[in-house]
Design a protein around this ligand. Structure first.
Ligand SMILES: Cc1cc2nc3c(=O)[nH]c(=O)nc-3n(C[C@H](O)[C@H](O)[C@H](O)COP(=O)(O)OP(=O)(O)OC[C@H]3O[C@@H](n4cnc5c(N)ncnc54)[C@H](O)[C@@H]3O)c2cc1C
Length: 374
């Protein structure tokens, strides 16, 4: 049993991959961790949506769509090592995808996906960590006993010795206000790009590609969701996820979802091979959209180039994708780095907080052979 066990209680708020990585690593170091999230499931922006429709016979069909993160790339050795362990556990798989010829460098690419859907990796990391889901943290409150989390509904959780916020920047800023105003101001200034995402199901046709990054039009990325490994899709059905560009999403941010769905469906249809004379029109079984108002950081110029933030005096930490570049690997690295920093501090006598310059900044990995970003 670690010396840290039973003495330190840490609340990690946010059960996306950054929070899950941080919580799991702290728990492994012997800290008592509780993971909070406002959603009913862990995953954050690594998430799936289920859709249902009736087929031609009136039979109900369902399919799940990765409507947030599509796939992962792995550049840093620690992240690659974690993925290798997850692969052995059957939680991630390599996805070889043929990219549509409009992409400047057509061909087969490889990336990682979690199976059977993207949240599976976060679930795997957070397994064994006590979780309080469907608990939105509305406010932090500090007393002589420690930190208290005021939850939606008025209940309070705590006290905790330290709090880690693994939230998108705007949500973290709200909770930091009054406790760490400099951090709160920096995070409130991080711009996030929106993303309208189409989830569609059509009749299956042997299209010659699995993904596309169109150079023109409203769509930035299209994937055949059913062609990722381990997806459960009804026979004879193709499922599609199509993401609009940040500019198109911003221009249509407040548009009616039905109008957006039709515009994106039309754009997707335009990418598909034309029907041959005499062929029936393609059957569309389902089309719906999700609006990510805050999908990915548009830039992080207001941050100070760190992997994460840790303030030992206040017992406050912040991690998330926005520190490192706005993708899954960046988020995992930030959470993992914060856990290391906190665990190192907890091992020291508590009146000698880690100086900010002692926080490690890993050198870029030499090994960058991993698959290109999806
Ligand atoms: C449409 C889209 C496509 C993407 N595609 C890719 C891709 O292909 N490859 C890639 O690498 N990355 C991609 N990304 C980015 C990737 O998903 C994120 O970088 C990563 O998942 C962020 O993880 P995180 O843990 O930092 O934050 P999040 O996943 O956002 O986790 C934050 C968690 O905090 C919770 N929360 C928020 N407020 C509160 C509160 N007050 N109380 C309690 N809980 C709260 C949320 O419910 C959420 O679960 C994509 C993102 C989007 C939206």
């Amino acid at each position: 049993m670690s010396a840290l066990e039973s003495t330190n209680r840490i609340a990690v708020v946010g059960a996306g991959i950054a929070g899950a990585a941080c919580a799991a690593s702290l728990q492994e170091a012997g800290v008592q961790v509780t993971l909070f999230d406002k959603s009913r499931a862990v995953g954050g922006r690594m998430s799936t949506r289920r859709a249902a429709w009736a087929d031609g016979d009136g039979t109900e069909c369902t399919a799940e769509f990765d409507h947030g993160a599509q796939a992962l790339t792995a550049r840093q050795p620690r992240f690659r090592a974690m993925l290798a362990r997850a692969e052995s556990a059957g939680v991630v798989a390599r996805w070889q995808h043929r990219v549509h010829a409009t992409w400047p460098a057509p061909g087969v690419r490889e990336a990682w996906v979690a199976t059977p859907g993207m949240p599976a990796l976060v679930r795997h990391l957070a397994r064994g960590v006590p979780q309080r889901l469907a608990q939105a943290v509305q406010r932090l409150h500090r007393t002589a006993e420690g930190w208290h989390l005021v939850l939606a509904g008025g209940e309070t959780a705590g006290p905790f010795d330290q709090v880690v916020l693994a939230l998108p920047p705007a949500q973290a800023a709200v909770l930091l206000a009054g406790h760490h105003d400099r951090w709160a101001d920096s995070l409130a200034a991080v711009p996030m790009a929106p993303c309208w995402t189409l989830m569609a199901a059509t009749a299956d046709v042997d299209w010659p590609w699995d993904a596309a990054e169109p150079a023109r039009g409203p769509l930035a990325w299209v994937a055949r969701n059913d062609r990722k490994p381990g997806r459960n899709t009804p026979r004879g059905v193709a499922t599609w996820v199509a993401q609009a560009t940040p500019a198109w999403s911003a221009a249509h941010l407040e548009a009616d979802p039905a109008t957006v769905a039709e515009a994106l469906r039309h754009a997707l249809q335009g990418l598909l091979p034309p029907r041959l004379a005499g062929e029936p029109p393609l059957a569309w079984h389902h089309a719906s959209v999700h609006r990510w108002r805050y999908a990915v950081p548009a830039d992080r110029s207001s941050l100070d180039g760190r992997e994460c933030w840790w303030d030992a005096d206040r017992g406050l930490g912040v991690c998330g994708d926005f520190f490192n570049g706005g993708n899954v690997e960046a988020a995992w690295r930030s959470g993992d780095e914060l856990a290391d920093t906190v665990a190192a501090w907890l091992e020291q006598p508590h009146d000698t907080p880690v100086a900010p310059e002692a926080i490690r900044h890993p050198a870029p990995a030499a090994n960058t052979e991993a698959a290109e970003a999806a």
